[in-house]
Ligand binder design. Sequence first.
Ligand code: PHE
Length: 337
Amino acid sequence: MSSASVTAELDAVLGDATARLAAAPDLETITALDAEFLGKKSAVTVAKKQLGQLDPSDRKAAGQAINAARAALEQAVADARERLAVGARQAQYESERLDLTERLGAVRRGSLHLNTQARDRLEDVFVSMGFTVAEGPEVETAWYNFEALNIPDWHPARGSFDTIFVNLGEPEQVMLRSHTSPVQIRTMENTAPPIYIVAPGRTFRTDTADATHLPAFNQIEGLVVDRGITLGDLHGTIEAFVHAFFGGEVKTRLRPSYFPFTEPSAEFDISREDGSWLELGGCGMVHPKVLRNCGIDPEEWQGFAFGFGIDRLAVMRYELDDIRELVNNDVRFLRQF
Ligand code: PHE
């Protein structure tokens, strides 16, 4: 045996070890290779033990070759371990990764209900015209819902309101308000003119739900009380609001009508694309009796009032086929708006 043959053998071992360590798939394999190439029975250990058998002149070179081979093998094992550790860390990062973009496509933002959108827009339009927003309770007494509005209990108009009564106190004296007009009374009782208010809110009648009716619906009331107010102011206000809400192409018209709390009274319609008219609500000049009921002198103050359905407005604006869509709460419908 010579140092040259030791070197050649160790070179071969190193080549074999390097290749197998590079291919090692896991730590156990590397530990086994570590034992095989650096352990007690490994080529480097055996070669070292056999150094004594070499010619003394060859021992130094052979010893150096063995040390170099051991160092190279140790390095190869360390490199292989490091390679696996990096891979394992990467796998761990990968498995623990939080994909924060994952839900972006799936998450949908909700939106305001059509009625709320319509009401907000209405309020914006009227507030920009100088009105403030007023409120009243949904459960009313006969005084606010009827009497103060000049509808005594013998009055036939009382029947036309299809009132839902509430079993509280005197029979037929407490009810779900059948219109937002009681807010007129509450406002005039508490506020000295000039008054410019709108009052949106829920209203109730014994109607059966169909394509154009809901038993619980929404109205918006308007009330102006000031000096020298005329029917022209009423029509101008309705026209300005309709233009702001629907756009300039939509026309309005007033038709004579009857409400006990306004005189004269009218219904107001808006024009549809096909040339027909859609009834939106009622309006008129506040009846002197109503002003007096609220302690306001009709000789000094005049006013106009109007009231119309917000749901109908939403139906018209969003071109719905059926008003019940507004309360079905079908998300496939609601998502479109
Ligand atoms: N309150 C009436 C209704 O619900 C509408 C209306 C309001 C009419 C104000 C005139 C003045 O039918």
